[in-house]
Design a protein around this ligand. Sequence first.
Ligand code: PLP
Length: 439
Amino acid sequence: MTHVFHRSPKNPLPLAVKGAGAYITDETGKRYIDACGGAAVSCIGHGDVRVLEAVQRQMSEISYAHTSFFTSAAAEALADHLCAASPVPLDKVYLVGSGSEAVEAAIKMARQYHLERGEASRKLVISRHQSYHGNTLGALSVGGNPPRRKPYGPFLLEEPKIEPCFAYRYAKEGESAEDYALRAANLLEGKILELGPENVVAFLAETVVGATAGAVAAEAGYFRRVREICDRYGVLLILDEVMCGSGRTGTFLACEEENVTPDILTLAKGLGGGYQPIAAVMCTANVYDTIVNGSGGFVHGHTYSAHPLACAAALAVQKIIRDDDLLANVRARGAQLQERLQARFGNHPHVGDVRGRGLLQAIELVEHRDAKTPFSPERRIGAAIKKEAMAAGLMVYPGAGTIDGVSGDHVLLAPPYNVDAETIDLIVDRLGLAVDAAL
Ligand code: PLP
């Protein structure tokens, strides 16, 4: 009998006893390839002693000092590292403990920015359907995952949403990628005008959509157009890179590839790589100066903000990514993974789409390939594939088809940045067996 309130108590879980590289071992000695980093978290694999040593060193100096009394060398060094690594001008870093906290802070930061400028009427955040921004009430409000929102409807802020840029699902027959990108971005302008620009705080989007739609990158040009629209109406652009940032897509920030600088950006999972819970909100000098030269400070904070042990772990993880040149491996192994998935599932009758960027890749499952009809949610196809994969010693991250039948179940893959070529082959082989066993 367990006293832990597990997520799904009716599905008993194996007990993990060891993590090493791309593998997790349970108490029976069974080994699982961690092909999804849990939820795209374990970016350098498990058990790296360099992180262990950094955390031990930090703990032997100081474990905790509240941020209203002290700063710490670990927080300062981590913020310096992130700003230096950022190819776009993001100058300040606000450190918190999880992706949801980062999204909450980003939204509040955007609202406070407008208040400082005397634009108190701005109170709406436009976001997108088929998105996920976290499970706390503010982050859930701006997220577009109906099953997760449903039980808490009465608690949520009513935040307006537009369609994402998701070519497989929304591009019209015969429409060029360029035309579709513009059409999708122009939905934002339509929504801003409908609501009144004077009421809009920010537009919030995942640069590459992770958990809800499954590794969906926008068409080229979409985010540049979004940036123009935001600038035209004084709306801040917040990019949520909790899942796709910190190198996951092959560049330090996913927005590098879009050639766009957001006003505010969130990072989390690959920041600490699972060694400690940590997340960051990066912002431009303009956002920071407007707040600091206005009322003087950000009206926000948590007891565990910028926790020194978490900062030390994240700095060690980020240095490993840099020193081991892991982004080059993300690009090479990402291309291999994409190729192998295409080869294995490109003609599969129940795989409608293979997509992704870098080491964030997904397959979308459909009942009828030509009509792109999703499986009925009751079939719980993603969950069934996860179960078969676990039996075969493979961890994959399933997502349910959610948006009123518009998109299907998908399975997300996010192996560590230092994964090797043989392991990529093994992942695709085992996934193929799991998909066929589940269908
Ligand atoms: N934003 C994105 C894009 C995410 O993928 C997630 C988690 O999956 C979150 C926010 C929430 O992060 P956390 O689970 O750390 O609160």
